[in-house]
Design a protein around this ligand. Structure first.
Ligand code: FAD
Ligand code: SIN
Length: 557
């Protein structure tokens, strides 16, 4: 790794060069980093702590056709059905066929999936949309178990450098090169990123032969979310600004069962596997209601369950419904769901005796940066993996536990592709470093905190579980002034993490609203009450948005 332009009085140089730059330390980022480390030097950037990820929060588990009664074919059928006509069938096939190997891979790295005490076979859970038991898990803290194993392996690997508290600001492309003479039909090219070192308050230039976005989703776009605070859509916004194509942004998944709490900031998920083990949704009267909405009742796909709860709450005027698992054996509940049991206990609830108050909450970003089955975007040498990407596995709705699987599978396919490509010569133009001198330091940071609140409130109220034309139009009218405001602020001020995140979230919000306005039907996660008829054939298409790319010239040396 050749380092250039050593920064004054700073351990890290201002400009760094590496073979592979991975942005994100969740399942997607660390899986791809561990594989690429066999080919060259890898830098992993992460804007917070290594384990501050949505991966760490995953509860239910990871889907793979492992049981004797199951097959990749069946896993594919279920995925396609839940995806409501918009999955890419070949991609789905490739991933579900790889799934058992992904499990072996994780087990070899050290993930100790739960086994049935009697048979010694892996214990398989069930979730919405799955017609077989196929969710491998570690208790109800599967994500944390996987995250810890991946971090331990990455730390041991001499070819991996982990840079925490470094936030990627923007991708380096032709737009950043002064007087760049483009050839006819030249594709946009990625040479790395500008990255903000938040403790040192400076922006570094990181040049890389290949850049892999693994920045996760955008749950923080909404007032209520199960997501970690890192989920601010940075990768989608950066790729879009760079000129990559994004798609299907209207398909935001709402998980039906987040623990209802009056505590501010509390957003704890009650895993769908709890319903997989017999948990029942009830109204305050005790009435079970899900069989009115779907033949799979409590295990219907998520969009159906979330909308059913939303409808029941609007009818009753109450704040939450209940999830009841009290009919199951006490020891079974405590052993199978130790994390949920403990967290609810801290909230004063004993789930072996009490019904759990739950509400739907923003959970997963199905759309994202378009990639092919090898994770390649339409920007040269830029790949995307995990929740940031739209590879075609989820379509209009993601089936539970397919997301951890996506991260690890696409990591493998990216590795296979890059392995054959990485020796091709690659040159870097002269890229300017970041320069904050001369920017105005405003005292008006209240603009940022207000922006966060306003955006998340109107996205929740107008672009939520049930949408309408007038609510979407209202959101559309509000997003543009916010965009202008943050843009002006960004140009005049030194960068800060929450400002960069808000800038990205606003950009993602605009993509979500624009896509939702485009889809004049109801499909999967996108439900518009003005178009209640499902699956209009005319709209059995992806919502594709392409930008021309923009530069950051105000901040360049
Ligand atoms: P993440 O794990 O979210 O990691 C993103 C990484 O990118 C983080 O390290 C972050 O710091 C970094 N990052 C972001 N922006 C920047 C930037 N600008 N610069 C530098 N770094 C950046 N899925 C399942 O399959 N099974 C489950 O049981 C399951 N349960 C879930 C439970 C909860 C509560 C939640 C929220 C999600 C769950 N999901 C589950 C979904 C799944 O966990 C995520 O989709 C998946 O972990 C995403 O992995 P990822 O690597 O793409 O992103
Ligand atoms: C859950 O455990 O309910 C979450 C599973 C998922 O989002 O895939």
């Amino acid at each position: 790794m050749a380092n250039e332009d050593i920064g004054k009085g700073d351990k890290l140089p201002k400009q760094i060069r590496t073979n592979f730059l991975v942005i994100g330390s969740g399942i997607a980022g660390l899986s791809v980093a561990l594989k690429l480390a066999s080919l060259g030097k890898v830098i992993v950037l992460t804007k917070s702590k290594l384990d501050e990820t949505n991966t760490s929060l995953a509860q239910g588990g990871i889907a793979a056709a492992w049981g004797k009664d199951d097959s990749p074919e069946q896993h594919m059928k279920d995925t396609l059905k839940v995806g409501n006509g918009l999955c890419e069938k070949d991609v789905v096939r490739k991933i579900v066929e790889y799934a058992p190997e992904a499990i072996i891979d994780l087990a070899n790295l050290g993930v100790d999936f739960d086994r049935n005490k009697k048979t010694g076979e892996y214990d398989l859970g069930k979730e919405g949309g799955h017609t077989r038991k196929r969710v491998l898990h570690v208790g109800d803290y599967t994500g944390k178990a996987i995250q810890d194993v991946l971090i331990a392996n990455a730390i041991k690997n001499e070819n991996i450098e982990l840079l925490k508290d470094h936030m990627a600001v923007d991708l380096l492309t032709q737009h950043h090169v002064k007087n760049y003479a483009s050839k006819k039909d030249e594709k946009i090219h990625c040479w790395g990123v500008y990255a903000y070192d938040s403790p040192k308050k400076r922006v570094r230039t990181i040049l890389s032969d290949f850049t892999i976005l693994a920045t996760g989703g955008a749950g923080k776009l909404y007032k209520h979310t199960t997501n970690s605070s890192i989920a601010t859509g940075d990768g989608i916004a950066m790729a879009y600004r760079a000129g990559a194509t994004v798609r299907d942004m209207e398909f935001i998944q709402f998980h039906p069962t987040m623990l209802f709490s009056k505590k501010v900031g509390q957003s704890f998920l009650i895993s769908e596997t709890l319903r997989g083990e017999g948990g029942i949704l009830r109204l305050s009267s005790g009435e079970k209601f899900m069989s009115k909405y779907h033949e799979l009742a409590d295990l219907a796909p998520r969009d159906i369950v979330s909308r059913a709860i939303d409808k029941e709450l609007k009818k009753s005027g109450e704040e939450y419904v209940y999830l009841d698992i009290t009919h199951k054996d006490k020891d079974f509940i405590i052993n199978r769901f130790p994390h949920i049991y403990k967290t609810c206990k801290e909230e004063g609830l004993d789930i072996t005796q009490d019904w759990i108050p739950v509400v739907p909450s923003t959970h997963y970003t199905c759309g994202g940066v378009v990639t092919d089955e090898y994770g390649a975007t339409d920007v040269e040498r830029l790949y995307a993996c995990g929740e940031v990407a739209s590879v075609g596995l989820h379509g209009a709705n993601r089936m539970a536990s397919n997301s951890l699987l996506e991260g690890i599978s696409i990591a493998q396919f990216i590795f296979e592709k890059i392995r054959t490509d990485y020796k091709k010569p690659h040159s870097f133009p002269s890229l300017p470093n970041w320069d904050d001198t001369g920017v105005f330091h405003t005292q008006e940071w209240v603009v940022i905190s207000h922006g966060w609140k306003e955006l998340r409130d109107f996205m929740w109220n107008y672009v939520g579980i049930v949408r309408s034309n007038s609510r979407l139009e209202r959101a559309n009218r509000r997003i543009f002034p916010l965009m202008e405001e943050i843009d002006a602020f960004y140009r005049k001020n030194p960068v800060k993490q929450d400002m960069l995140e808000l800038r990205n979230l606003i950009s993602v919000g605009e993509l979500v609203i624009r896509s939702a306005l485009f889809r004049k039907e109801s499909r999967g996660l996108h439900y518009n009450e003005d178009f209640p008829n499902k699956d209009d054939k005319k709209f059995k298409v992806h919502t594709v948005i392409k930008s021309r790319g923009v530069s950051n010239e105000e901040h360049l040396e």
